[in-house]
Design a protein around this ligand. Sequence first.
Ligand code: ADP
Length: 482
Amino acid sequence: MTTTISSIVNGERIVGNAGGVDLNPSDTSDVVREYGQVDAAVAKDAIKAARAAFPAWAATTPWQRAEILDRAGTEILARADELGDLLAREEGKTLPEARGEVVRAGQIFKYFAGDVMQPHGYALDSVRPGIDITVTREPVGVVSVITPWNFPIAIPAWKIAPALAYGNTVVFKPAELVPGSAFELVDILNRAGLPAGVLNLVLGRGSVVGPIMTTDPDVNAVTFTGSVGTGKGILAADAPLSRKVQLELGGKNPLVVVDDANLAIAVEALVQGGFGSTGQRCTASSFTVVTDAIHDQFVAAVQERLGKWTTGDARAAGIEMGPVVDPSQLETDLRYIELARSEGGQVIGGELLDLGAKGHYLSPALIVGTNANDTINREEVFGPVVSVVRVKDYEEALAVANSSTMNLSAGICTTDLAKASHFKRNSKAGMVMVNLPTAGVDPHVPFGGKGDSSHGPREQGYAAVDFFTVSKTAYTNPGAPA
Ligand code: ADP
């Protein structure tokens, strides 16, 4: 029997209209969850509920908020196996990846439970004698949280946890493909003690509920992770409204491998960074820039490693890569593979796999012989597709790596400290990895990119307070002692 879930507005379950179906990409005959999609009127009700709940929630003590976040974090961690299974079933990443993501979500709630008790303001003397100044942080108000399908619990966690921690109320819209994890997360937080209306869940189509969540006058801030097109549309619509907007829009992330790299480390960095989570990460190492002297040896070693690679049902034991998330993403992946071939690339792998079940299975695609300016090296694919560019030396590698316009993450594999240091200083990316995959980040430090990749303050860690609060500067003249 399929479990039916629903939107949650002001603590009440709202059954929507037309049927939404959450299918298992490993086997589309498996219906993971059913739900009713709601319309713009329900999104409006959710915004009103969040607005009404805001004054009382903002007035709670940090300790009260910390206790709720901590309880939620504890439950998420305790249920990591079960929630990981649900996540793997609806999104298609492998069980270890899915469990790891759930653990990360739990850690994020624990982190912000602690962070909210830390000092975020300060007091200082004025330039005018006898005047005191305090700088304090206040919540922004009602925050719209709009998330993609590729991290069904971690991305909602890293937006919702700081929003609630600093006293904001939330309207949360997950991607249509992964409502199951979102529903469990909201349920956990509500049972942990959130008052009604503080966190509302809207299960609806982006094109239907998105516009109201991003332009309604009762919304004070919008935090969005998704595609460049949708994100830029949100920014344009919000510009005249002067509200806070935070966008994470993906990346085209280079992994540089130079002559002096440790081959085993470089191969694993590429394979994990490029094909982990089926390449469906905004931090995926989607293009590799390899210097001439190590190029052939490196490509041969990657090819050998991929020869043993296991693709299959996300929840099967020993699987290294699950399916592509849905038919539309699969079509995109195949289109980019063909395009790379037509531009002169040699494709190794990248074939549809018939594994007996009705899943969207694609073998990892390694595309060699590409040029820096080929489309495959310029645009984000979001699938298990990695291209290789051969360059003469480190200087050229850095220039090609920096030619990306979506500078989220960049990596270098080298045993030379000078090159590593130079790359860290001169990479255009917001996050730099040395001898590590470009993907795989910690929950307690800032996350974000440059160029077309991000807009607004960084997410996570100490940086989250910048987006989810506004500072207030107060001046006091205590007057002469009585
Ligand atoms: P992806 O390719 O990852 O699905 P999208 O940008 O289409 O990227 O989706 C990311 C999130 O944005 C999803 O939750 C989606 O429903 C939502 N969304 C889609 N269209 C809009 C819109 N016009 N306004 C706000 N959110 C939207």
